[in-house]
Design a protein around this ligand. Structure first.
Ligand SMILES: Nc1ncnc2c1ncn2[C@@H]1O[C@H](COP(=O)(O)OP(=O)(O)O)[C@@H](O)[C@H]1O
Ligand SMILES: [Mg+2]
Length: 486
């Protein structure tokens, strides 16, 4: 039975569903964390036949809780830590050797419980297929594929898988219990810094590079499949769609049918081209996750079918164009992961991890920023109508510009010629001036020479007259000094 109430925080007002045993007790709203008293039932839902656990089916909508003790679980759902039996609801207490404690979440095939393994004295996350869901060998195979895929993976950032088995009609998979919450829940809080973001994605890229090196492709990388532990370390989980590249497991997937989560699916995955889905598809999904962490939403939105289409055809707006606070290099890294062509993405997830490490330590990244031309081509593909209009404007400008340019060139040539002529005239004038100077100098020199020869002539006459006087040749001396007119 359930009790429907509304959160008492007027700013929140979330519609909440509680177990009716909580009527009159204190509960905490999973959306705004306000603690308030659950009022008397407004409406009562009758339990369905065979319903075992009235626990949340959609993590962020339903509540199971009591006055004490309450805590927010990994999936951000209110969880009552008392044993389920104490909550007065019919429960499964044990599956295989595992003691069921609380419910953590619910997926396509079944539910995930926090459970205790008395044999190894440790807590586990127990994924249990709902009875009636694994009706065909194919379905059983698919459910257990997670176990097969992840069984041999040992990496600090991959949730280790412990056991798999069957209890009556219930198949189960036990993995390490991670105390924390999903990256999806972390993103809703919005407390992660860009440094945290780059570190988390780097570690997930390393985890994926390792899984790929072991021949495992995850195929459903997204924030909901990453647990962030209490130290802030990411742990990749849910290898439910994973495939082993070299095995015949592809037969379990239908050609032409997309598998994964539309918001994070690589173009080749969205097309349902199973043989093309590989490590680079996980890199693309991780790129979508990084994109979401930087701007708050995935690259594309809309109905699932629309998103599948957009992944194949549209280039998303770059994170930096949506938020100038996104560093240029991180923007480049995201857009490289989101390339439509596999060959244009990073060669592998390890290279992606390396670039994120470089970014964090302030080194230049290796991913090449798309050149101006490449970016223009991409932009044109994204905005064909605007691009067409702009092309027309550019064409008109080019024609107009060419005419103006030719006129300008002609005017410039004429100006240059005029300048040349002026230069020649100036040079000639300068030459003439130089010649005139030389001529004047020559004339001066000639005048000086003439004066000097006259002076020398006068001097020799004087000397000759002196000699004549001394020899009493007065008349001769007189004639020398005063030459008779001829
Ligand atoms: N190892 C784990 N430790 C803690 N919580 C887990 C663990 N595995 C799963 N959960 C919780 O269960 C939810 C569903 O798990 P998941 O493996 O993604 O299964 P599915 O997607 O098939 O429902 C997760 O969102 C998380 O809240
Ligand atoms: Mg999942």
């Amino acid at each position: 039975m359930s009790l429907q109430i509304t959160c008492r925080n007027p700013a929140c007002g979330a519609a909440l569903k509680l177990n009716d045993s909580l009527a009159g007790k204190k509960v905490r709203c999973p959306k705004c964390a306000k603690i308030f008293e659950a009022e008397a039932p407004a409406t009562l839902d009758l339990p369905r036949e065979n319903e075992t656990l009235p626990l949340p089916s959609t993590p962020r909508q339903s509540i199971v809780g009591s006055a004490t003790p309450l805590h927010v679980s990994n999936s951000n759902t209110l969880i009552d830590d008392r044993p389920l039996m104490a909550q007065g609801v019919p429960v499964i207490e044990r599956i295989g050797r595992f003691q069921i404690r609380t419910k953590l979440g619910e997926g396509a095939f079944g539910e995930v419980f926090r459970a205790y393994d008395p044999q190894l004295d440790r807590e586990v996350a127990l994924k249990v297929a709902k009875p009636g869901t694994l009706t065909t060998p194919d379905r059983i195979e698919r459910f257990l594929r997670e176990a097969k895929s992840a069984a041999n993976l040992r990496h600090p950032n991959i949730v280790p898988l412990f056991d798999t088995g069957r209890d009556g009609a219930r198949y189960f998979i036990a993995s390490a219990f991670i105390q924390g919450r999903t990256l999806e829940a972390e993103l809703e809080e919005g407390h992660l810094t860009q440094t945290d973001t780059a570190r988390i994605i780097r570690k997930l890229a390393e985890a994926l590079a390792y899984a790929h090196s072991q021949g495992i492709i995850h195929r459903d990388v997204k924030p909901a499949n990453v647990m962030i532990d209490e130290q802030g370390e990411p742990h990749l989980m849910d290898f439910g769609l994973a495939a082993r590249a070299e095995s015949g497991e592809e037969k379990l997937t239908q050609e032409g049918v997309a598998m994964g989560t539309p918001a994070y699916m690589a173009p080749e995955q969205a097309k349902g081209e199973q043989e093309k889905v590989g490590p680079a598809s996980d890199q693309y999904s991780l790129g979508c996750t990084l994109y979401e962490m930087l701007v708050g939403h995935t690259p594309f939105s809309g109905a699932p079918a629309q998103q599948l289409f957009l992944h194949q055809t549209n280039i998303p707006k770059s994170p930096r164009s949506l938020n100038r606070g996104v560093p240029r290099d991180l923007d480049t890294v995201v857009m490289k992961c989101l390339e439509k062509e596999v060959g244009k993405r990073y060669a592998d997830c390890q290279e992606l991890a390396e670039d994120l490490r470089r970014w964090a330590s302030g080194e230049p990244i290796t991913a090449r920023r798309a050149g101006q031309v490449e970016r223009l081509v991409k932009w044109t593909k994204r905005n064909p109508a605007v691009a067409g209009l702009m092309a027309a404007v550019v064409l008109v400008s080019i024609v107009g510009g060419t005419i103006s340019y030719l006129n300008y060139r002609q005017a410039q040539t004429e100006a240059t010629n005029a300048k040349k002529q002026e230069g020649i005239a100036q040079t000639e004038a300068a030459n003439a001036k130089t010649q005139e100077g030389i001529a004047i100098e020559k004339a001066d020199l000639a005048t000086k020479e003439a004066k000097e020869s006259r002076r020398l002539l006068d001097l020799s006459r004087l000397r000759s007259a002196q000699a004549d006087f001394r020899n009493n040749l007065v008349q001769v001396a007189h004639d020398t000094l005063v030459p008779r007119p001829s």
